[in-house]
Ligand binder design. Structure first.
Ligand SMILES: [Zn+2]
Length: 366
C-alpha cells in the first residue's frame, strides 16, 4: 500500500449528523441533503462496518487497511463503500466537533454544507453588519447574527419601544417601553454574546448622506419601513460596493431578498419589484397615494420570525462562505398560510440605471 503523510491524509471521523436507516428494502446513509439510498444488499455490511470504523478518527490509509483486512470486503465493494462515505460530506476533519465549544452545532451545519467550519467561523468573526431597523425583523436578524458569532453589528433605529411592539419584538420587555430600540437591542445582544461588538445608532436614516455617515461594513440588512429607503440603500451600496439584503413582510407573506452583491448579482433597480403609481395618471395616482397613506401592515410574530430567520441564514451563508444564499438574484416570499413560495427574478439588467454605472466587474453566480 502507498504510504501517505498525515498532511496528505488527515484523520477524519463520521460526522455526528450521519444517521443510517432501513426502509422499504433500502438502506439509507444519512438524511436530508446527504441522504444516499443504498439498494445493493452486498454493500450494506461493509458500509456499516466502515461507518462504524470511522466513529474514531481514521486516515484514508487506515480505512483501506480495515476494508482489506478485518472488514473482509473485496476490492469492488471496498471502493464502492469508501466512495459513498467520501462523496457526501459524511466524513469531517477529526478536530471539527467539540461539543463544549460555543459554536459546535453550527460547525456541524457548515460541514454539512461542505465548508470548512473553522474558516467559516473566522470569516463571521471578522464581519461587520449594519442593520437599518431594529424592530420585529431587524431585532430577530440581529440576535441570530450575534449568537452565530458575527464580529460587529451596527444597530440603526430612531424609534423607541412601544407596548404594541411586544407581540413580535421579542428581545424587548415591558420594562423597556419608552427606551430607544437600538440601545435596548445592543444591551440584549451583549448579554447573549460578549464577543459580538453591538453598537447602537439612535438616528433616522433617510438619504445618502445619512448612510455615508455610518461606518463602512461588509453587508447591510434593511428592515425599516420608511418609504423609499430600499432604493436609497441600493444606490448607496452600488456605489460603495457593499452587499445588502432586504427583509420584510407583505401582510401574511414573509419576504426576503434579493441579496444584492454589487458586481455579482442584479440589484433592486434591475427589475420592477414593487407596484407603483401609473405614469401619466395624476388623478389616479393621487387617489392611490391617499389610500396607501393609511396602510398599516398586520404584523405578526411568526411571520416576522419566518422572514428574519431566512434572511439571517442568507447573510450567514454569504459572509461565512457556506452553501448558496437562496435569495441571490431573486426576491423570495413564503406564504405563511399554505407555505407556497413566490419568487421574483432579479437577474442583472445590463442597462440598469443604478448598477450598470458602477464599473464593478460582473461575476455571474447563478
Ligand atoms: Zn441594477
Amino acid at each position: 500500500m502507498r504510504s501517505v503523510t498525515t498532511r496528505d491524509d488527515p484523520p477524519r471521523v463520521l460526522a455526528p449528523y450521519v444517521r443510517v436507516g432501513f426502509q422499504d428494502g433500502t438502506l439509507f446513509l444519512g438524511f436530508g441533503s446527504i441522504r444516499r439510498p443504498v439498494h445493493d444488499r452486498e454493500l450494506w455490511e461493509p458500509l456499516l462496518r466502515l461507518a462504524d470504523h470511522f466513529r474514531a478518527p481514521r486516515t484514508r490509509a487506515e480505512a483501506r487497511s480495515f476494508l482489506d483486512g478485518p472488514c473482509g470486503a473485496d476490492a469492488h465493494r471496498a471502493e464502492a463503500v469508501m466512495r459513498l462515505l467520501d462523496d457526501g460530506n459524511h466524513l469531517i476533519p477529526a478536530h471539527t466537533y467539540d461539543p463544549a465549544d460555543r459554536y459546535s452545532r453550527h460547525a456541524l451545519f457548515y460541514e454539512l454544507s461542505g465548508a470548512d467550519a473553522v474558516q467559516v467561523q473566522l470569516r463571521l468573526a471578522r464581519a461587520r453588519v449594519t442593520l437599518l431597523g431594529c424592530g420585529g425583523i431587524g431585532g430577530l436578524v440581529a440576535v441570530t447574527l450575534a449568537t452565530a458569532g458575527i464580529g460587529e453589528l451596527v444597530l440603526v433605529d430612531a424609534d423607541h419601544v412601544e407596548l404594541s411592539n411586544l407581540t413580535r419584538q421579542f428581545l424587548f420587555t415591558e420594562a423597556d417601553i419608552g427606551l430607544p430600540k437600538a440601545e435596548v437591542l445592543a444591551r440584549e445582544l451583549r448579554r447573549r454574546n460578549r464577543d459580538c461588538r453591538a453598537r447602537a445608532v439612535v438616528r433616522r436614516v433617510g438619504n445618502r448622506e445619512d448612510l455615508k455617515a455610518l461606518p463602512a461594513c461588509d453587508l447591510v440588512v434593511v428592515s425599516a419601513d420608511s418609504p423609499g429607503l430600499t432604493g436609497t440603500v441600493n444606490a448607496h451600496c452600488a456605489r460603495s460596493g457593499t452587499p445588502w439584503l432586504n427583509a420584510c413582510y407583505v401582510n401574511e407573506i414573509a419576504v426576503w431578498g434579493p441579496l444584492v452583491v454589487p458586481g455579482v448579482t442584479g440589484c433592486w433597480d434591475c427589475r420592477s419589484l414593487t407596484a407603483g403609481a401609473p405614469e401619466g395618471e395624476p388623478e389616479l395616482s393621487g387617489l392611490m397615494a391617499g389610500i396607501n397613506a393609511r396602510y398599516q401592515a398586520p404584523s405578526n410574530g411568526p411571520v416576522n420570525m419566518l422572514a428574519s430567520s431566512l434572511a439571517a441564514l442568507d447573510v450567514l451563508r454569504h459572509l461565512g462562505g457556506f452553501g448558496v444564499p437562496a435569495s441571490l438574484n431573486r426576491r423570495v416570499g413564503v406564504w405563511s398560510h399554505d407555505l407556497s413560495l413566490d419568487g421574483q427574478d432579479t437577474e442583472r439588467d445590463p442597462a440598469c440605471p443604478t448598477c450598470s454605472l458602477t464599473g464593478l466587474p460582473v461575476e455571474r453566480v447563478r
